[in-house]
Design a protein around this ligand. Structure first.
Ligand code: SAH
Length: 260
């Protein structure tokens, strides 16, 4: 217990997983229960409503991340604060900017990052097991990264031959980045390579599309900022498991050592 007058502030950066409460970790739920202040984007706060009763809730909109981080750090000098972030806070989330702001803060503030289920693994679980071994992750958002660098990263990622997960695949502001990514993928992959598109994983509006690199352009219009796209690696295949004949599996290599 802190002594009277002693600072007891802490800033939890909480990964909320893909959406609903039952996809959050126990640690994430405990941090929210403990918090006096909860800050976050409205879309992440809505599913958490049952945990927010009696708390001071500060809602903000997309694009105000730096402002939100500064406010959270300020409040955490004296109070228990939870900043919520979708998926995992360390994957294109709030943890980085919060730690950068906290690093400049006087007095120092205690920051605890709490992991969550990220979109890559949430989407993968709905497709089968496309990410069983090594894989690469690239965001197609050019808000903070120039398009030239994204293209270079895509070339490197696809050149590795491993599955590639595309975050922020397509928005109204930059509808062409996705087509460009597929063009690059086709330089390194067979057109029959499986591609999984998962929209709104584990939340309302969930949609799962399994196609191929050659066929993905037919679904381009359906792909938005609530979607994650997984392009298979050179070993990834599509097959029947139970009723689902489009289960995506990337074998880890057990077949080379065992008979099953
Ligand atoms: N920190 C988040 C990612 C934020 S970037 C995480 O770890 O998941 C935002 C991108 O994440 C979206 O454009 C989309 O590509 C992906 N995403 C987040 N939640 C998703 C969900 N429930 N279903 C599918 N994709 C999702």
């Amino acid at each position: 217990m802190p002594l009277p007058g002693e600072e007891r502030g802490v800033l939890y950066v909480v990964g909320c997983g893909p959406g609903p409460l039952d996809q959050m970790t126990g640690r994430a739920v405990a941090a929210l229960k403990e918090a006096e202040y909860v800050l976050g984007n409205e879309s992440y706060l809505a599913p958490l409503a049952p945990l927010l009763e009696g708390k001071k809730v500060i809602r903000s909109s997309m694009g105000k991340e730096v402002e939100r981080a500064k406010l959270a750090v300020e409040l955490a000098e004296k109070c228990i604060v939870a900043m919520v972030s979708g998926g995992d806070p360390g994957v294109y989330g709030m943890a980085g900017i919060v730690l950068e702001v906290a690093q400049r803060s006087v007095p120092p503030v205690k920051v605890v990052v709490i992991p969550g289920v990220t979109a890559a693994t949430a989407a993968a679980s709905l497709l089968g097991s496309p990410l069983s071994g090594d894989f690469a992750v690239v965001s197609l958002s050019d808000l903070l990264t120039p398009l030239g660098i994204i293209e270079e990263r895509l070339r490197c990622a696809f050149a590795m031959g491993v599955p590639v997960v595309l975050y922020n695949p397509r928005s109204h502001g930059r509808p062409h980045n996705f087509a460009r990514a597929i063009e690059i993928a086709l330089r390194f992959r067979d057109p029959a390579t499986p591609v999984g598109i998962v929209k709104n994983a584990y939340r309302e509006g969930e949609e799962i599309i399994v196609t191929t690199l050659a066929g993905v352009t037919d679904y381009e219009e359906a792909i938005d900022m609530h979607s994650t796209v997984i392009v298979g690696g050179v070993e990834t295949r599509m097959g029947k498991v139970g009723e689902n004949d489009k289960t995506i599996i990337t074998p880890r290599g057990y077949q080379k050592k065992y008979v099953y």
